[in-house]
Write a protein that binds this ligand. Structure first.
Ligand code: IVH
Length: 722
């Protein structure tokens, strides 16, 4: 492992003298590095001074540089070394100050400022870039004898070869160009000669510095952009819930994310990178691959530290075996190791074949694919009603765990791969985590196998399943389906819905587990004497809840429509609909055509509304709600003048349409509150471009996360409909 110099800030936030040299060659140390870092104490002082005013342009510029350097250093500690040195709030203070000064002095904004990561507007496509010299690929070997062969060819020219062994990161090959130490362009490898200009997207990757720690006139480096396994898992889960096509593996996910036309989308997916090669450097003073790696690291670029210098073949074998076993524990996917001749001097002499150098080779891992039998197909219904076929497998040991289930994601995939019950199938782990069936082996069929037929009805509630155009998923649209009931209830009672004060997820869970409710209409039949049986529920609070449920009967129609949780119908659409219909019963008679005549209602939304109101369970529930006296009318007045009263917001990342201050003012004007830290009490986390770690915290705490568009939609929805 490489040791990195410690940030010269003590926990008390004071500056210390110099870097701890560790094993770094003296020549790599940057004498001015310590001055990058100012203590937080100093920062607050400087901030106060700035606010007081009377500052000269020189002082503003100095302060900007100081802030940028400090933020860059903390980015480096956070994103590259994974060892943050200050809290998110402290980081936000620095960032906000930088933004404020830049806003007030736009003439001093520089391309390498940490505020400029998502500056670009979505492009129409990517420009093609011709690489200065063709970017080579690597020859693959799959066995020890082949590796010996590679070594013996080297030995013909290099007497006692020393190698570096590195991990072969399974991602997308990338070239970065820095001019005068500032990030200027990024291109994919493409076919080696022509790549794509992905500069704007690469800028959003937080571990890639926009400014190097050394001012070289021009530097070109090569590395790999990848998606960490956890992020891949998160993204695919999200896609499955949305009924979208999944990414096959983290490499495809990284490539797909890098090719997004909107840099904001790339920014929202946590990509990462490792660099391993110097393509161009003026007057190259370096002599070995190992030095390249240290050099890249010293510039502030992320370098994979799991490399090793190998003095003999045993070292290589040991390294290979070690990582073949350990690969499943790594947070990113690797598909082999790369063996490179360490001294650079021989590279030219050894030359290259058509596409790959003779001084390096990829020693690939055997693909972890196992054969097993699919014994059953289980059908699950997810939170959003998506129906997911899951293969039950004869247990098989695969990539570090025993696998007995594999999601088949959707029935289109089952059909495409012709997977049948009883089939022998090949399984692997996508992204080293998610077991998946690659294909079935029809040659091994006995004739007893049975086809997997997509169900027409939900296995939990028997409702007819619905498939939307352009979606791969089939869905259950019954809001009371036991598989989705909890989520439907939480949403129904939430502030976006009927706003039943005090009826949160924990209480709903209790009511469900005691079988006190089976659908949303049962809420209105609850009595005080039933409620006091619940945990932590006294007479008073039971009465309060009954009152809150009672009060919700008179909500305006749009709230009721929104509370039903109809797919594609949020508060805004609900408001539009409430402008056209006076009673909920009207929806039972309406046709798709009539709905489509309404402004803003397209085919997809209209179809979803029709499905919802035609679903017999939903009809029954609505009728039952009406008998309980829930009969909202379009002219119902909003009882609360401050629709965001008691709601707490946290903002993270850069918003495009408005500044954070403006966003805060708007929230407060509607009665809401903005706090700086995410906690369980946070109602909404608004995520802009380049979100900080609050985003991860929000995900972990299960907080309602909304993007800028949703946030603006929410604010808009409180404007009276005209
Ligand atoms: S060296 C001229 N080192 O593997 C040699 N490549 O199959 C340049 N890769 O296109 C490549 N990790 O995208 C090198 N540590 C590593 C690597 C690595 C991943 C990728 C790279 C290359 C592909 C070759």
């Amino acid at each position: 492992m490489l040791r990195m110099p410690d940030l010269p800030i003590t926990s008390a936030g004071r500056e210390m003298n110099g870097w701890q040299t560790g094993i770094f060659p003296e020549s790599f140390l940057q004498p001015r590095l310590p001055s990058y870092i100012i203590s937080l104490h100093e920062n607050r002082f400087a901030r106060a001074r700035y606010v007081v005013g009377g500052v000269t342009p020189m002082e503003i510029k100095d302060r900007l540089e100081q802030l940028r350097d400090t933020i860059r250093t903390h980015d480096y500690y956070y994103y590259v070394l994974d060892r943050p040195r200050i809290s998110d709030d402290e980081y936000d203070v620095l960032m906000q100050e930088l933004k404020k000064i830049e806003q007030e002095n736009p003439q001093y904004i520089t391309a390498d400022s940490p505020t400029q990561r998502v500056g670009g507007k979505p492009g129409a496509g990517f420009e093609t870039i011709r690489h200065r010299a063709p970017l080579l690929s690597l020859e693959n070997v799959f066995s020890w004898p082949e590796l010996l062969d590679f070594d013996s060819k080297i030995r013909k020219i290099v007497p006692d070869p020393v190698y570096t062994a590195e991990l072969k990161i399974d991602g997308v090959s990338i070239v970065l160009i820095y001019e005068e130490g500032v990030f200027s362009r990024a291109a994919t490898r493409g076919d080696g000669e022509l790549g794509e200009d992905v500069t704007l997207n690469v800028k959003t990757i937080r571990s890639i510095p926009l400014k190097l720690q050394k001012n070289l006139p021009r530097l070109e480096v090569r590395g790999e952009i990848f998606m960490p396994k956890q992020e891949f898992l998160r993204l695919n889960q999200e896609k499955e819930e949305q009924g979208e096509r999944l990414f096959a593996n983290p490499r495809n996910a990284a490539a797909g994310s890098l090719r997004q036309l909107n840099p904001g989308t790339t920014a929202a997916r946590s990509l990462a990178a490792f660099f391993y090669d110097v393509i161009h450097i003026p007057e190259n003073p370096l002599e070995t691959q190992e030095e390249y790696l240290y050099f890249l690291q010293d510039l502030g670029l992320p370098v994979n530290t799991e490399f090793r210098v190998c003095h003999n073949l045993e070292d290589i074998a040991e390294y290979y075996l070690k990582y073949e076993e350990r690969r499943h524990q790594l947070p990113y996917e690797i598909d082999g190791v790369v063996i490179k001749l360490n001294p650079l001097a021989y590279r030219k002499k050894l030359g290259q074949t058509a596409k790959s150098p003779r001084w390096a080779v990829a020693y690939k891992f055997r693909a972890e694919i196992k054969e097993t039998r699919l014994v059953e197909c289980e059908i699950n219904v997810g939170r959003t009603g998506v129906v997911v076929p899951t293969a039950i497998l004869e247990p098989v040991h695969l990539a570090g765990t025993t696998v007995s289930r594999a999601s088949m994601h959707n029935f289109e995939l089952v059909k495409e791969k012709d997977i049948r019950i009883g089939d022998i199938v090949l399984v692997r782990k996508a992204g080293d985590i998610i077991p998946e069936i690659i294909l079935s082996v029809p040659e091994k069929r006995s004739g007893m196998e049975t086809e997997i037929i997509p169900p027409l009805h939900c296995p939990f509630c028997n409702s007819i399943l619905v498939k939307e155009e352009n979606e791969v998923a089939v869905r259950c649209t019954n809001m009371n389906c036991p598989a989705r009931l909890k989520e439907s209830l939480i949403f129904f009672a939430s502030r976006e819905g009927m706003d039943i004060d005090g009826l949160g997820p924990a209480l709903i869970e209790q009511l469900l587990s005691r079988e006190m409710i089976r659908n949303v209409s049962d809420l209105y039949g609850l009595r005080q004497e039933d409620l006091i049986l619940l945990e932590r529920m006294g007479e008073k609070s039971a009465q309060k809840l009954i009152n809150a449920i009672e009060a919700s009967k008179n909500r305006p129609l749009y709230r009721f429509i929104a509370a039903l949780g109809i797919r594609h119908v949020g508060v805004k659409t609900a408001r539009t609909l409430a402008g056209y219909f006076s009673r909920i019963d009207d929806f039972f008679q309406v046709s798709t055509e009539e709905l489509k005549e309404i402004n803003d209602i397209g085919e997809k939304v209209a179809a979803s509304i029709i499905h919802f109101f035609n679903e017999p369970h939903n009809r029954m529930t609505i009728e039952k709600l009406q008998t309980f006296g829930v009969n909202p009318r379009a002219d119902g007045k909003e009882p609360q003048e401050k629709p965001l009263a008691n709601r707490t917001f946290v903002l993270t990342g850069t918003l495009e349409a408005l500044s954070r201050t403006e966003a805060g003012q708007m929230i407060e004007a509607l009665g809401g509150k903005v706090t700086s830290g995410v906690s369980k009490k946070t109602d909404y986390l608004v995520v802009g471009a380049n979100p900080g770690s609050k985003y991860t915290q929000g995900l972990q705490l299960g907080i309602n996360i909304i993007d800028e568009k949703e946030f603006l939609g929410m604010l808009n929805s409180f404007k009276p409909a005209d």
